[in-house]
Design a protein around this ligand. Structure first.
Ligand code: CMP
Length: 153
């Protein structure tokens, strides 16, 4: 994994790229600046794992470029099953942060990918200050959980 320089153009792109979510909806400038202070842009190689099922979640992610796969295993020895593919504008890593629970899936890079990374504390700050985003991200997490439950059922 390589840290890329975060240019102003990238932060603008970040705010516009969270697909369908009003990340910066009603936020004030102080919070906006704090969020951008914590934001990183990382480059991963194909095959890298960004989130690992069962591990603690410290970050929220938004895909800038590339293709990623979401896989789960039911038990320690079972085969990993692909549940989704993610691309530019898609976010992930919200479930562990919302529920303060371990990662419920593994997210790996199918191709070389660049990903915006926001620390959990900054994510929680946005949740508290931006109710529109909080609702949208909870709805997204609930839909993803329903998909995981459906596959397990
Ligand atoms: P989290 O549990 O923090 O870490 C793994 C992530 O994979 C999870 O958050 C979601 O962001 C993502 N994820 C889990 N299930 C799905 C799904 N059905 N579709 C898309 N993404 C998912």
């Amino acid at each position: 994994m390589k840290l890329l320089p975060l240019l102003p153009v990238d932060t603008v792109q970040f705010s516009q790229s969270v697909r369908g979510l009003h990340f910066f909806g009603a936020m004030d400038m102080v919070l906006l600046e704090r969020v951008l202070e914590g934001l990183e842009l990382r480059q991963y190689a194909g095959g890298d794992r960004i989130c690992v099922q069962g591990e603690e979640g410290d970050f929220f992610f938004v895909v800038r470029t590339g293709k990623l796969t979401v896989t789960t295993r039911r038990g320690g020895l079972s085969l990993a099953r692909r549940v989704a593919t993610l691309g530019p504008g898609d976010c992930f890593g919200e479930m562990a942060l919302l529920h303060r629970a371990p990662r419920n899936a593994t997210v790996s890079c199918a191709t070389s990918s660049t990903v915006f990374v926001l620390p959990a504390a900054h994510f929680q700050g946005v949740l508290q200050r931006n109710p529109e985003f909080a609702k949208e991200i909870r709805d997204l997490a609930a839909a993803r959980q329903a998909e995981l439950d459906r596959r397990d059922g």
